[in-house]
Design a protein around this ligand. Structure first.
Ligand code: SAM
Length: 281
């Protein structure tokens, strides 16, 4: 286990041998890699599920996160968060933010919620909703610090490609939702999806690609990233900073004339998708 994948220092201060054994029991692993955070005694568990989103937005962050919100520096969205590993990772390593993780699959959100609850991560919330629907209906303009999109589903079948999350319209919505200078984190193991992102993202964001693994999580921030890396597949990562010189109306106008993602998905990656599904969550 690398030091960077370990729980952060506040969790690993001086402990007696007995405490160290107890700590090992409280660390869960997935593919041999610790899931961020420690399972706490039940009396310290919290509730992180948003079981019912309000009928209409935008969400008021102080109502969503309660008193925690005033103590934090902003809100981070994790869209298509899967089993929540990335959301937990961010909340443990960057505790200065509140987090909202969403996914369209209820089963993965149930696992994500349980893990966040048991780790006492009261500044996280999870909800079942699509990433685009969340941005479109529930997020006030200029109200989030960061948006994470780790391994959006590439959708292989022709009839499903309209469901691909990263489109020019989605990017304009992300641009509108972010605070000035806010960041969009993008990651995929799908070469054609990445090429598409590289072609459209710079209209709205300044995209900086990372040459290798995340320096702060060399073994991976997300479940899919870990699986892809174990298979020896390349993982493409970038941090895109909002271009504040473009206003929101101009961003949507630009999006309307840009190409949607119609690339042919590489069906060889389907096998990895099946493996991911088999382990899920
Ligand atoms: C390849 S998995 C990646 C999960 C996780 N981000 C990771 O990196 O391990 C893609 C996830 O996106 C979810 N998903 C698909 N379409 C979505 C959408 N429109 N909005 C939100 N989540 C979506 C799927 O249910 C699945 O959990």
């Amino acid at each position: 286990m690398s030091a960077m994948d370990s729980p952060p220092p506040e969790h690993s201060s001086e402990r007696s041998p007995r405490e160290k054994i107890e700590k090992v029991k409280r660390i869960e692993r997935e593919f041999g890699i610790p899931i961020p955070g420690e399972i706490l005694p039940a009396e310290q568990w919290v509730k992180t599920a948003i079981k019912h989103l309000p009928a209409a937005g935008p969400l008021a962050w102080d109502e969503v996160f309660g008193a925690d919100y005033a103590l934090k520096q902003g809100v981070v969205l994790d869209l298509g968060c899967g089993n929540g590993r990335s959301t937990l990772w961010h909340a443990v390593v960057q505790p200065q933010f509140c987090y909202l993780g969403v996914d369209v699959l209820p089963v993965v959100i149930r696992y994500a919620t349980r893990r966040a609850n048991q780790r006492g991560l009261g500044q996280i919330r999870f909800a079942v909703i699509g990433g685009k629907e969340l941005l479109e209906n529930y997020i006030a303009d200029g109200s989030v610090a960061k948006i994470c999109v780790y391994h959006p589903q590439p959708y292989y079948e022709e009839r499903l490609i309209g469901k691909r999350l990263v489109t020019p319209e989605f990017l304009a919505m992300a641009h509108r939702a972010l605070v000035p200078g806010g960041e969009l984190i993008l990651q995929t193991d799908h070469p054609a999806y990445w090429s598409y992102m590289e072609s459209v993202v710079p209209t709205f964001f300044t995209l900086k690609t990372l040459p290798g693994p995340w320096p702060d999580a060399p073994r991976g921030r997300t479940r899919r990233e870990i699986l892809a890396t174990k298979r020896g597949l390349p993982v493409f990562r970038g941090v895109a900073t909002r271009r504040d010189a473009i206003d929101s109306a101009a961003a949507f106008r630009a999006a309307a004339s840009m190409p949607v993602p119609t690339f042919n998905a590489d069906r060889r990656l389907l096998e990895l998708d099946r493996e991911e599904g088999a382990f899920k969550p």
